[in-house]
Write a protein that binds this ligand. Structure first.
Ligand SMILES: [Ca+2]
Ligand SMILES: [Ca+2]
Ligand SMILES: [Ca+2]
Ligand SMILES: [Ca+2]
Length: 541
């Protein structure tokens, strides 16, 4: 039976209205970025414990810290304007858009988040600290983009972070391009606001940022994951000299990975206690282990080029050593929109091993219906995992059974750290060790991990237990749509856009076009008939 025109019109109208309505409601209920929220909060004196230090303008979103802000030396923010003694180059900034964490406040766990901002809608990136209750304790949006953040050992409220901003003209003379990017590694005390440059470099062209991770080696040296040079290197920050470097062309063939200009996209580096260096080579879908004297230990590599069942353009792998139940790697399997943990075991006995004959086996994984393009996961010292959910616009703390036990909404986060728990997964145990402790404690034990949603199969990804059938449908849909395309749309889109908006927007578009096509056909203006008429007219001429 062919449906009537009337019922087809009604059906298409309902689809268009509902889908467009879903997108519109996302737009209407979107949470603005922190800086925008704070601009209003700053004006309200009854909004403790935010201790704004801004003076004068009354606006937290002024052009002072916009993407094209040049180097500035004029103090504009009273005592919070940091000076950077002893550093040359474009390192001094006006730090107007900033609040400070008050050391006197008892705010529970503090989580520091570095965000990337939005290009097309030009929403600022920020470094922001949240209290356990989700209050903003500190924020700074001086830079165009923020990536890595690491707590400084032995300091309660001090972090080091990687950021970038864009420059042009004379500032770019050293790289010989009209516009360029200044990449910087800085240290900030979140309570005093004192913020100083540790190391910085200008790179050619305007790119979001060419360093996404830096790891401290010791008081004087840092390891840089260098996307421009396709290398991992160690720099002496006193002399700015590179003292050691591993280049990707020692290990990879040019036919692998991405295009020239973004060949490896090496996005993470971790200096291990055993002297090796672990790096994430995103475009090859691999986590590698480098012996500084010998090069890559091939039999330790996790993942393989284009084998997306293991890793798909991952971010931020953390190594969990044997002393904490490893060797294990906790990693954001970004394009697969999940967090995974692999453990290195003897293939015959299944026992953990550091031997050359070991293999990586998946032992835990997590996703829920909201997570989209996660880029960081830290195993905290208890049993939970702190996940940075970039296109889900949140940072979420997840229990081993998949329950989200804490979360905060923030636009386009890159990575997060929980203050007081060390850098990344320091003191975090492998899931195998957590399971073992739970088993020892018994089913009513203090960890009370409840029944595993995976039915005992450790290789299966855990879903949030309170997710219903609708959530399951979204997870399934995410598994079938091309993730690179969807994440590309979300990356270019404004902050309020989420995965379901892309789906509903696409549905509204398809239904709208179908409707328009049907109306044309019903009106006798079908494409073929129309071109036929045109041809006849042309013949008549
Ligand atoms: Ca970090
Ligand atoms: Ca780091
Ligand atoms: Ca991490
Ligand atoms: Ca982290």
């Amino acid at each position: 039976m062919v449906p009537s025109k009337r019922s087809l019109r009604a059906l298409l109208a309902v689809v268009v209205l509902l889908s467009a309505g879903a997108v519109a409601s996302s737009y209407a209920t979107a949470q603005p970025n922190i800086a925008e929220t704070q601009a209003a909060a700053d004006a309200d004196p009854r909004s403790p414990p935010v201790s704004t230090v801004e003076s004068g303008s009354g606006s937290g979103t002024g052009p002072i810290s916009g993407p094209d802000a040049g180097p500035e030396t004029t103090p504009a923010g009273g005592d919070a304007t940091a000076t950077t003694p002893g550093t040359a180059g474009p390192s001094l900034q006006v730090r107007a858009n900033r609040t400070r964490l008050d050391p006197g406040d008892d705010v529970g766990n503090v989580t520091v988040v570095a965000t990337q901002g939005f290009y097309v809608s030009d929403e600022q990136a920020e470094l922001v600290a949240f209290s356990e209750a989700g209050e903003v304790l500190y924020y700074d949006d001086t830079y165009r983009v923020y990536f890595d953040v690491d707590p400084v050992p032995g300091e309660r409220n001090t972090v080091e972070y990687v950021a970038s901003r864009h420059m042009n003209g004379a500032d770019c003379a050293s790289v010989d391009t009209e516009r360029c990017t200044y990449n910087v590694f800085r240290r900030v005390n979140l309570t005093t606001g004192v913020d100083r440059e540790v190391y910085g470099e200008v790179t050619p062209q305007i790119v979001s940022g060419r360093w996404h991770d830096i790891d401290r080696v010791n008081e004087t040296h840092v390891a840089i994951a260098d996307i421009v040079r396709d290398s991992v290197r160690i720099v002496d920050t006193r002399t700015n000299e590179t003292t050691w470097e591993w280049h990707a062309n020692r290990t990879f063939d040019r036919s692998e990975g991405g295009q020239p200009g973004d060949w490896t996209h090496v996005n993470d580096v971790e200096v291990l206690a055993d002297g090796r260096i672990m790096a994430s080579v995103r475009n090859m879908d691999q986590v590698i282990f480098i012996d500084p004297g010998e090069g890559v230990e091939a039999n330790w590599t996790l993942g393989a080029e284009d084998d997306y069942s293991i890793l798909y353009e991952q971010h931020n792998p953390d190594y969990i050593p044997p002393s904490e139940g490893g060797p294990a790697i906790l990693v954001a399997d970004s394009e697969n929109s999940r967090v995974l943990e692999y453990r290195r075991v003897d293939p015959e006995t299944g026992a953990p091993t550091t031997g050359t004959d070991g293999e990586w086996r998946r032992v835990w994984g997590w996703r829920d219906s909201r997570v989209q393009w996660p880029r960081d996961a830290d195993r905290l010292p208890g049993t939970t995992t702190l996940v940075t959910d970039t296109h889900g616009d949140r940072v979420a703390e997840v229990a081993p059974n998949g329950t989200v036990v804490w979360s905060v909404t923030v636009g386009m986060p890159y990575e997060a750290e929980r203050l007081g728990t060390g850098d990344e997964s320091t003191d975090g145990r492998s899931m195998a060790a957590i399971r073992e402790a739970n088993t020892t404690a018994g089913s009513g034990g203090p960890l009370s991990l409840v029944a595993w949603a995976t039915g005992g199969d450790a290789t299966r990804v855990v879903l949030a237990p309170d997710d219903g059938p609708v959530d399951f449908a979204w997870v399934t849909l995410k598994e079938v749509v091309p993730s690179l395309a969807v994440n590309g749309i979300l990356f270019a889109g404004p902050s309020w856009l989420r995965f379901h908006d892309v789906v509903f927007g696409g549905l509204a578009l398809v239904a709208g076009l179908t409707w328009a096509g049907l109306e044309l056909r019903w009106a006798g203006l079908g494409l073929r008939r129309w071109t036929g008429r045109l041809r006849r007219r042309l013949d008549d001429v």
